[in-house]
Design a protein around this ligand. Structure first.
Ligand SMILES: [Zn+2]
Length: 435
């Protein structure tokens, strides 16, 4: 055993309890959780422990757009006008600046309690031609930040259904399915740490032909890799898909793919209830990104069925305009409150909502990314977040109200530190933080 950790309070799945000890093995996984009363090797006084948060959907380079694209001199903006700013950023980066931006984003994630990032990565090429320079940049930045990374490597080959790539989109190019897998094999060789793993992505029906989506998914299943895809974030995507294929994107996926828990559909903002029902029945999972969807004016997804289907939901910081996972949790619930004009959308049998929101931010993300984390139980990675019980935002809370207080009343200043595979880092202790 490498470490025996005990905090004042530990989240045991339904409540915070005192006297809980977590034994961490030499491999960085949790060996056992118990109340043995041994002398801990790490006693976290005035701290509470939770599983580290799992960010299931990020485009970390977009962190460089923070504070940008928030003025609208030409009139109202949209996802599409924002996308023009994102394309300009993709064209203006170079590998050195990209490295700093990725590092900044990953460090900021750890300061927000995030210990795993699913990086949905489509910005592959720094120059003309297919150099894949940014693929290595992402892996190295994650390694430097000490964050667990699932590189969700994206296939991107069309600039709209049946249309060629244009401008900055060429930096995203996967020339063919064969070339995609050749690059995946090269990346697998670079993932030489248990902190670095791979997943498969077809960017969207806009960026990948149907035959390619089916071929990528089949090979992902064969390799037992997770498969992610943007689905129906925008009505225009649905309209284009109906015009070209006669079916909505989610309808196509359900018809085309043998769906199971390996497949995560990201956003589903405008998904038809019948399509969602079929997708969930087949076992699919959903990732939503409340702060980004609000920032981009996407709309509010209907998540009643997803919640009713059980623990099928994960959260992502997506554009990283704001990295705040407690905020993502509360806005997951708040969005549904605003849509339904009632409170308690994600309530469980006991009438609580905070446990389901925390699950979306932890175990739900672990399931979506295929990472054994997000639960304080034997075999899980010892990825933890420690909360500062002396933080002013938490004053007046008791163990019974602490989770609700965290989810609905607190922000990143309450995050004292995080551990990834048992390696601790106190919040705000990295020095270089200039993109
Ligand atoms: Zn996205």
């Amino acid at each position: 055993m490498r470490q025996l950790v005990e905090a004042d309070l530990t989240w045991t799945g339904q409540r915070f309890e005192a006297g809980i000890q977590i034994a961490i093995g030499d491999d960085g996984r949790i060996d056992a959780v118990g109340a043995w009363g041994h002398e801990p090797t790490l006693r976290l006084v005035r701290r509470a422990l939770l599983p580290g948060f799992i960010n299931a959907h990020s485009h970390a380079f977009q962190r460089a757009l923070r504070g940008q694209a928030e003025r609208f001199p030409q009139g109202a903006g949209s996802f599409w006008t924002w996308r023009d700013a994102m394309y300009a950023l993709a064209d203006s980066l170079d590998p050195e600046r990209a490295r700093l931006v990725y590092l900044q984003a990953f460090r900021e994630m750890r300061d927000a309690g995030i210990t795993t990032c699913g990086e949905f990565h489509y910005l592959h090429h720094a120059g003309e031609g297919n150099d894949y320079e940014y693929d290595a940049v992402v892996l190295e930045a994650a390694r430097a930040a000490g964050i667990r990374l699932v590189l969700l490597n994206a296939f991107y080959t069309t600039g709209g259904i049946g249309r060629p790539l244009q401008g900055a989109q060429r930096r995203f190019e996967s020339p063919s399915v064969e070339a995609y897998w050749a690059q995946m094999d090269r990346l697998a060789a670079r993932c030489d740490s248990p902190l670095l793993t791979l997943g498969v992505v077809a960017h969207s029906v806009r960026a990948a032909p149907l035959e390619a989506i089916a071929a990528l998914h089949a090979e992902a299943q064969r390799r037992q890799l997770r498969f992610h895809m943007h689905v129906e974030e925008q009505r225009a995507e649905i309209d284009e898909c109906l015009a070209k294929h006669g079916r909505r994107p989610m309808e196509l996926l359900v018809d085309l793919l043998p769906i199971d828990g390996n497949l995560t559909a990201v956003h589903c903002t405008h998904t038809h209830p019948d399509d969602m029902a079929r997708f969930l029945e087949a076992g699919g999972t959903v990732c939503v990104c409340p702060l980004t969807e609000a920032n981009l004016g996407d709309g509010l997804p209907t998540l009643d069925r997803v919640h009713a289907a059980g623990a099928r939901l994960s959260l992502g910081t997506d554009s990283n305009a704001r990295i705040g996972f407690l905020e993502e949790m509360r806005w997951l619930e708040y969005g549904q409150r605003l849509r339904r004009q009632e409170r308690g959308a994600f309530r469980d049998e006991a009438g609580r909502v905070a446990p389901a929101l925390l699950h979306a931010a932890t175990g739900g993300g672990g399931g979506a990314l295929g990472v054994p984390a997000g639960r304080l139980e034997p075999g899980s990675w010892a990825d933890l977040v420690a909360i500062d019980l002396d933080a002013s935002e938490l004053a007046g809370l008791d163990p019974d109200s602490l989770l609700e207080g965290l989810v609905f009343g607190a922000g990143d200043p309450v995050i004292w530190g995080t551990a990834v595979a048992g390696d601790w880092r106190q919040t705000g202790t990295d020095t270089s933080r200039q993109p």
